[in-house]
Design a protein around this ligand. Sequence first.
Ligand code: UT7
Length: 332
Amino acid sequence: MSTLLKAAITGIEGYVPDRVLTNKDLEKIIDTTDEWITSRTGIKERRILDDPNLGTSDMAAESIKKLLTKKNLDPLEIDLIICCTITPDLVFPATANIIADKVGAKNAFSYDLAAACSSFIYGVITGSQFIETGKYKKVLICGFDKMSSIINYEDRTTCIIFGDGGGTALLEPVEDDDYIIDSILKSDGSGRAHLHQKAGGSLLPASHHSIDAKLHHVYQEGKSVFKFAVTNMADVSAEIMAKNNLTSDDVSWLVPHQANKRIIDATARRMGVSDEKVMLNIQKYGNTTSGTIPLLLWEYENQLKKGDTIIISAFGGGFTWGSIYLKWAYNS
Ligand code: UT7
């Protein structure tokens, strides 16, 4: 049996649209307050892709173009693009196909991966398998969502949470010990009852009824999802630490999915990790679903040092959840 190569994140770039939607703006359109949103979620504002001619692929393509420039790469060198999203441009073809076309990655094959808020960690682990087997050398993992396209801005329980944006990671083989070391990925489809979009799929295609009843938007039973998220994200983070004999002192950074500051705090507490080691930008971007983790890595990139021990954790619709344990591979 041939030995596996080591895969690492060797570059990261994010993108958020310019338009800012603040809690104060939301106060004008729904019955809510800045105080309620801030104290219950930690969110102050979020970004919105308000140009009707732009979709998820446009945000991803922008991030890839910058990443290729930063890494001095030609688009023709890219072997594979995985677009992690639940808001594809079209039902088909895959948004990743569209992205590859927009960035000129003519030698890449490409496909989408949907696991809601866990999409990006699923994508990193899926993409890293192609590196580890030696099959491919340059894999791009895009984590992006245009959540504003599936949010009902009359529903105060969901529209306060979500925003648009994301980021792209480059995966490459590395020789030393700073690489993607371990992961635990889980799913439980019975959780779909609490968080889903009712219409637009094969079960309930678009109809006058589905439009009138606003079934093409996110449906979330917030309190139930909150309970599952707190338990499962904390459990899986503690599990990957135990599995790899890591103590809280060993952990340089926790990179938690940004759904609710209270879920993030509970996860950090369970791991014994202090606040200054917890990446946080929920106040600026809200929950960008597939986009939260690459957005964090992008914003904190210049604080990361080669060899830093990083735990990435996510929980989302499906339910899907999991953790990745990696050593950061470079100084920026
Ligand atoms: O990323 C994917 C996974 N998703 C998540 O992890 C989200 C998990 N859930 C949550 O983050 C929280 O459940 C929410 C932020 C969605 C809601 O916070 P909560 O503390 O669970 O509030 P709640 O749903 O229990 O509602 C409490 C009260 C209710 O009023 P009553 O029944 O107590 O009179 C709501 O009607 O707050 C009311 N409420 C609001 N009030 C002002 C709900 N939304 C709002 C709002 N502004 N936007």
